[in-house]
Write a protein that binds this ligand. Structure first.
Ligand code: ZN
Length: 482
């Protein structure tokens, strides 16, 4: 099966065809940096990272562009409240984004354009929309004329008449139609402002993404990512102004990830369900957060809770131990089955590895279903454990175990599961239980006190539970016995 991707426009999954052979353009709506990143933000970025990694695995040369909205009403309000320049707020939160992205091991985008670095492009684009009759200027503001574009509402599946009934023009806005949206906003005194043909002001939100996507990826490209909460109005407006300006299709596949729910309600700052990445990462290993966000289809909603994260950690450790056990088996001092021969258990395992491999890639080919792919890895580890139990102590089907390892290596490359690569799973397997570690700490204390008798008693207790304690220059190290 070849890669198929859901297309919001036709409402169907389509075989992926790149706009340019061998190349993929991917634009991801980045953060508006009035605040630090929370887990809900990172869901979109982790999903797009997995998608990019899979496309690269398939051999595409991906250009990944992710913007920062570094000027808007909320950033200005925040800066005014803090008594600082808007750039101080924006730069602080961009740094926090990069810290969270690094911890979650996101591949860096090829471009991180800023709205404020693209003002000239935004002015040109706005001028073009006015000239072609899709926008109009009023008293220093410029609005997109929704009525000038017949296809408006098609991406988000809304009808203009229904939307118009619910919309209203806010006090101070000079739109002709309640659905029209600002491309350029006149600045109030004391606000950051840039010169423009319509007077000093700043860009509206939606226009920057059209300008920056086009600048780096052209007028027509493959993927556009962002959370479902961006579908309307942001992506609808982005699409309307881009298609109106260029007459091109703009984006072939919109990648809308689901929302993150906390106790049943959407995670956002406004309702107090605010889980800053910095707080979460202080308590939970970053690989667990990444694993949690990938362990479902990216378009489905996720329920976030500490309990769910703990369950995820237990599942992750089970997977890592399974990988560690496979690597240990490949390195163990057991005579391999001679080349060309297969044990009875090996024959069963060979078929299982083939099936898991097929289903792992079928899941990813099915609209990037990373959750389904991870499910296959668990099933593989279960089968491997059965193999080890039945045959591992006496024979080793080297070639078949190596095939399982190749699949896990590829999975790690695509999903980015193990921070130290597969080899780090060996350490995972060797991690002593808490009780053993407690005894080792007590023994260290006894040795410091030169209480050799007590130290020896504790060593015996540790050994009785299957662990060895070795004293070295770096202190004592625990190792599983034999
Ligand atoms: Zn955007």
């Amino acid at each position: 099966m070849a890669l198929h991707v859901y297309d919001r426009f036709t409402g169907a999954k389509k075989k992926f065809e790149p706009v340019r052979p061998g190349k993929v353009g991917m634009y991801v709506c980045g953060m508006t940096v009035q605040d630090q990143p929370h887990v809900g933000h990172m869901f979109a970025f982790v999903a797009c990272d997995m998608i990019r990694r899979y496309l690269e695995f398939l051999g595409y040369e991906v250009t990944h562009v992710q913007n920062f909205t570094d000027i808007d009403d909320k950033i200005i309000a925040k800066a005014q409240a803090e008594g600082v320049d808007y750039r101080v707020v924006a730069e602080r939160n961009m740094a926090l984004y990069h810290a969270a992205a690094g911890a979650l091991r996101l591949l860096p985008a090829h471009q991180y354009p800023l709205a404020t670095e693209n003002i000239d492009g935004i002015i040109d684009y706005t001028r073009k929309l006015i000239t072609s009759g899709h926008a109009y200027a009023v008293d220093g503001d410029v609005y997109f004329d929704v009525r000038s574009y017949d296809d408006y509402g098609r991406l988000s599946g809304r009808h203009v008449d229904d939307m118009r009934t619910g919309a209203r023009v806010e006090v101070g806005e000079k739109k002709r139609d309640p659905l029209d949206f600002a491309l350029w906003k006149a600045s109030r005194p004391g606000e950051p402002a840039w010169d423009s043909p319509w007077g000093p002001g700043r860009p509206g939100w939606h226009i920057e993404c059209s300008v920056m996507a086009t600048r780096y990826l052209g007028e027509h490209f493959d993927f556009h990512g962002g959370g479902q909460d961006l579908l309307f109005p942001h992506h609808e407006n982005e699409r309307a102004q881009s298609c109106a300006a260029t007459g091109s299709h703009f984006v072939n596949y919109w990648l809308h990830n689901g929302l993150l729910y906390l106790g049943g309600s959407k995670m956002s700052k406004s309702d107090g369900n605010f889980f800053a990445m910095a707080d979460v990462l202080a308590k939970v290993r970053p690989e667990i957060v990444r694993f949690f966000l990938l362990n479902a289809h990216f378009r489905s909603h996720l329920d976030y809770s500490e309990e769910r994260l703990q369950e995820t950690a237990a599942a992750y450790d089970r997977l890592a131990r399974g990988v560690g056990r496979l690597l240990a088996a490949l390195a163990a001092d057991v005579a391999p089955v001679p080349a060309g021969l297969v044990s009875a258990q090996g024959e069963i395992l060979a078929k299982q590895v083939r099936d898991h491999r097929r289903r792992f890639f079928a899941a990813l080919d099915d609209d990037f279903n990373s959750g389904g792919a991870i499910g296959e890895l668990f099933a593989l580890v279960r089968d491997l454990n059965q193999y080890h139990a039945a045959a591992g102590e006496t024979v080793r089907d080297e070639a078949i175990l190596a095939q399982a390892r190749v699949l896990l290596q590829e999975a790690d490359r695509i999903l980015g599961l193990f921070p130290g690569g597969l080899a780090s799973c060996l350490e995972e397997m060797d991690e002593a239980p808490a009780e053993i570690r407690r005894l080792a700490v007590e023994r260290e204390a006894a040795r410091r006190d030169r209480d050799w008798a007590q130290a020896d008693t504790l060593r015996a207790q540790i050994q009785a539970q299957g662990w060895l304690v070795e004293d070295g220059p770096q202190g004592s190290v625990l190792r599983r016995r034999g």
